[in-house]
Design a protein around this ligand. Sequence first.
Ligand code: ZN
Length: 366
Amino acid sequence: MVVRGAKIRRLSKSELERYSRQIALSEIGYEGQLKIRNASVCIVGLGGLGSPVTLQLAAMGVGHMRLVDQDVVEPSNLHRQLLYGVKYIGYPKVEVAARRVRELNPNVEVEPLPISINAENAEDIVSGMDVIIDGLDRMMPRYAINRACQKIGVPYIFAAAIMTFGNVTTIIPGKTPCLECFQGNLKDEMLPTCADVGVHTSLLSVIAGIETSEAIRIILGKEPCLANKLLHFDISDLTFEEIDILKVESCPVCGSNPRGTPMPLPRKLISETTGRCGRRVFRIVPRENLNLEMDKLFSIVEALGLKVRVKSNLGITFENEFGGSTSVLKSGIMIVEGAGGEEEAYKEFSRLIIDGLGIPRSRIEI
Ligand SMILES: [Zn+2]
């Protein structure tokens, strides 16, 4: 993880011009812009919510952005995930997002992490950050982030959006309820997904805009508007509703007798989802970040006679022998489309990563 150097004490002439329309806001001003320039923000999940938040905060001039995501760009992302274009299908999302941020604002130091969030790495992900912004679509990584934020004392803006409605709240450790006070014990298998029930693109910009606004309030040292309140918004009738939420005395994370944080969370080496045209998609997430040598992996894939579609710094996508595509991220995460079952998918992983690159099983298996 990148550790930032000395704080910047003055804005340059070009920064003054670039940010003139927000420095003019009494809420921000020169001192506020300096705070934004010196802030470190982490966006976890670069999908429908993470995309607009990333663009907004980069444009506003946040100095350091840590971007975390475990996926590659797919055609079904493009209707709502505004960071990506057709030519980036098959690229790691974090890599495209980092490129887009640098194009938009070269003043931003951007740190792309193509990793999967879990209880073991969540503290590293949140440490050194002024605020964490939720762009995730599953509860398990959210719980890991919530617990790490509570332990280290980092504000966490929780948000979720599906179909035409979404929720947002700002969690300040020690002051507000944590995620498990009001949404504990939810199992991902029980929750609907965007793939099943859909999501309205315009909803995402509204929810993301609220997350950005709350993050900027925290950076400026102002009280967040959504502390102790869960905002519910529905784009189908344009209703905003605020629900008071309370700290729960028996909360396993922030209650008076916490059962230790972070608690081990259930995690599997291989998980399955349904992809394009109903194809089975297997995701293999090694127990640690393997930091693969991508050039070496590229040579191995080519030597096997597999057609490479994407070769980039943080990932590779090639046509596999199951009639689909396989993507491998630098962290070692492999996404295999079209395999017949877990065993077949793991065989693919094994021949490339374990036999091909010589990575020991002990670094992979959970
Ligand atoms: Zn709690």
